[in-house]
Design a protein around this ligand. Sequence first.
Ligand code: UTP
Length: 292
Amino acid sequence: MKVKKAVIPAAGLGTRFLPATKAQPKEMLPIIDTPSIQYVVEEAVRAGIEDILIITGRGKRSIEDHFDRSVELESFLESKGKFDELKQVRQISDMAMIHYIRQGDPLGLGHAVAVAEPHVGDEPFAVLLGDDLISASTPLLEGMLKIHERYGRSVIAVQEVSRDEISLYGSIQPEFVEENLARVVSIVEKPEPDDAPSNLAAIGRYVFTPEIFDALRETKPGRGGEIQLTDAINLLAQEQAVYAYLFEDGRYDVGNKLDYLKATVEIAIERDDVGPEFRLWLADLVQRKKLL
Ligand code: UTP
């Protein structure tokens, strides 16, 4: 069955990015001039998904406003003859059919996905974390959707990380079936490096069969007292095959300050408008500060 819907959980509190996230959602922090959640929506649209559900919560209104029409702004831009800007602003609201559900309390990523059930129904669907950016040149979601079409099962994206970093992620025990595809034997949330089954970390892209909702219903609060998506995936993997799709680079966790900086620099040097001047400035900075 073709995947037609995507869920973007964006109800977290963003405590790693305080104070910026005290009064604004971390998903709205811009990478140059575009809020990170817009890159995520664009990624889903590029993969052919146009029905998008964003899980929001208190203090996240600006996400809804961003994807809505802005009649005053549009008529202002039109009256000033700023037609390029007008086109850009309209494209944001025309890009996809975006729906919203509020999570109520941020009880964990698993809980955020569970509240999507009435919208998703009995269909496979994709989940894209609102603070994980995948470079536009990495067709990760497209690759995962192909695996889902081939096997009809859930697929999670995994990336190799260092032993020290694995305790920040869900770590899988893989059983490789192809070079970059493994069956998930088990998955554990944020293990101590010595207890991690591998250094393959689940990152924020998933394609699920609807049975994940049954698994979520059975999932008790886990690490940090939150309903962990990882624990539900582990339950699901015991019932039906779950695949892990291994990819190499082009991912930034922009909820983390260092990755946010890296994403900003990398996207900036590739942009046609600011890129050429920024590259020269950066090269000069590296020399001046003797960074190399
Ligand atoms: P994170 O753990 O990265 O988000 O969750 P957080 O809790 O906002 O961030 P920190 O750790 O406090 O800085 C991954 C994704 O899951 C969403 C977040 O919005 C983020 O996109 N999430 C998390 C929810 O939607 N609901 C939750 O209850 C928890």
